[in-house]
Design a binder for this molecule. Structure first.
Ligand SMILES: [Mn+2]
Length: 332
């Protein structure tokens, strides 16, 4: 076993995303990696699927059931959950000196050893990527509150979606305890969850990792038209972070890196069979505007049609699609 491990945390809503994160993360690592999963509420079936994903890639899975009472009263973003605080469990769970804490909305493209290999042990409690949207702590707290909290307002602000945790330094500085109490006491001035609390207590003593290790698609793609660096990042990310409110496994997501994500989901080991994937894909497309129609119009193979018939209203959609198929809509 190596001297670093992966730490993730998710609930039922993010489980599908967790499958893609873990499959793509482990895909680029040779040999065995320990994967700690903080379970914020998953069904037995979901746990079975996640375990399979890790097993297929030769990882070794360790489960930890989140004790929500430990985080009673912390601030949670409206779209988030208390399981977002899973990185705070690093010092009490793992035996390794270095932990890679990953969000469950990632697509890992480059070998993680390249990232882990850059870390200089003992240099800081955390290595992370500068947040592409917020940049400095005053972006969250405002200059006055930041000063009241005794943090320089211009302190760089990191995104917590991809973090290298140096367990010894983190523990010495009491980051977990201090972040948890910050999130309880100062919830009213926070905008997000763990990320704000961690930035407040780390207060700039973090190492900036190369931006390509956490390309936050929402913010980066909005900047593409006026920022050549953003265009470069978006064209070749080491890790894609689907940081916006629409997640890529849902029908609402139409942003960059959509198709590669769905392809990665198909191959992730989440689905029990090709047929289960095909049925899921049909239902997914049916929820997108025009999606199913154009998909069927493009390739109305008998197999696809047979599967579509199983869905409510499937037959109607097929004849609709065939009619539409005579002209190319250019969608999807
Ligand atoms: Mn995220």
């Amino acid at each position: 076993m190596r001297d670093w491990c992966i730490l993730v945390g998710a609930d039922e809503d993010y489980a599908m995303g967790l499958a893609v994160t873990l499959d793509t993360a482990l895909g680029g690592v040779d040999g065995r990696v320990e994967v700690w999963v903080v379970d914020g509420g998953m069904t037995g079936d979901t746990r079975r699927r996640i375990a399979r994903v890790v097993d297929r890639r030769g990882g070794s899975i360790r489960w930890h059931r989140l004790d929500k009472r430990a985080f009673d009263g912390v601030r949670v973003a409206p779209w988030g959950s208390v399981v977002n605080y899973f990185p705070l469990l690093a010092p009490s769970l793992v035996d390794t000196g270095l932990v890679l804490a990953l969000d469950s909305d990632l697509l890992v493209r480059d070998p993680l050893e390249e990232l882990v290999g850059t870390w200089e042990r003992g240099s800081a409690p955390v290595g992370a990527v500068l947040d592409f949207g917020i940049r400095t702590v005053e972006g969250v707290f405002g200059p006055d509150v930041a000063r009241e909290l005794q943090i320089d307002p211009t302190t760089p602000y990191f995104n917590s979606g991809v973090m290298l945790i140096d367990v010894e330094v983190w523990r010495e500085m009491g980051i977990s305890e201090r972040a948890a109490s910050f999130a309880k006491e100062h919830g009213d001035v926070m905008r997000f969850s763990d990320q704000d609390a961690l930035n407040a207590v780390v207060a700039g003593r973090w190492v900036r990792l190369d931006d390509r290790w956490n390309v936050q698609v929402g913010n980066v793609s909005r900047a593409v038209s006026h920022d050549p660096e953003a265009a470069f990042l978006l064209s070749n990310p080491g890790i894609v972070h689907y940081s916006g409110p629409a997640k890529p496994w849902t029908a609402r997501y139409w942003g960059p890196w959509r198709s590669p994500y769905l392809e990665a989901l198909r191959r992730s080991g989440w689905f029990d069979s090709t047929e289960e994937w095909a049925v899921w894909r049909m239902a997914h497309l049916a929820r997108t505007p025009w999606g199913l129609m154009t998909h069927l119009a493009r390739r109305s193979r008998p197999r696809v049609a047979r599967l579509a018939r199983r869905l409510p209203g499937g037959t109607r959609v097929i004849s609709w699609a065939k009619r539409l198929g005579r002209r190319d809509t250019g969608l999807e």
